[in-house]
Design a protein around this ligand. Structure first.
Ligand SMILES: [Zn+2]
Length: 135
């Protein structure tokens, strides 16, 4: 380990001066033995760089939104539509919510297609995914 066979025999080890107290200390010293201050950054063991790859989830949601908008499809909340249908379905409110104004008016006049359309729509909405899409 001792490589002192070089040209300068007097220098036993490389030294430096503490930036806190000015004492002559060993080059390799991290903590000054005189004042106890830290003089060097503590070298950490080199760790493999961790690459966090979370780009996939973001990209997916983005493309879905873009596709839906590009196709002229409206995204609707299932539960909003369901409760509108459940409580106000005989007025066709859930049809207005979906943007189907024509059907909404028909429901409004016929009390939800005499209750049949109202009933069926409640069931249909219940089994739709959330959110669901309306063309
Ligand atoms: Zn010092």
């Amino acid at each position: 380990m001792d490589n002192t066979t070089t040209a300068t025999p007097e220098v036993q080890q490389k030294t430096k001066f503490c930036k806190h107290c000015g004492a002559k200390i060993a080059e390799a010293a991290v903590i000054c033995p005189q004042c106890g201050c830290q003089v060097e950054e503590i070298k950490k063991a080199e760790q493999p760089s961790i690459v966090i790859n979370n780009a996939n989830t973001n990209t997916n949601t983005n493309t879905n939104t873009i596709n839906a908008a590009a196709l002229g499809v409206r995204t609707k909340n299932k539960w909003v539509a369901f409760f509108l249908c459940l409580f106000l379905g005989y007025l066709g409110v859930h049809k207005f919510y979906e943007g189907r104004v024509g059907l909404g008016i028909v429901y409004l006049i016929t009390f939800g297609l005499f209750g049949i359309g109202w009933f069926i729509d409640c069931l249909v909405l219940l089994f739709k995914p959330n959110p669901y899409y309306v063309r």
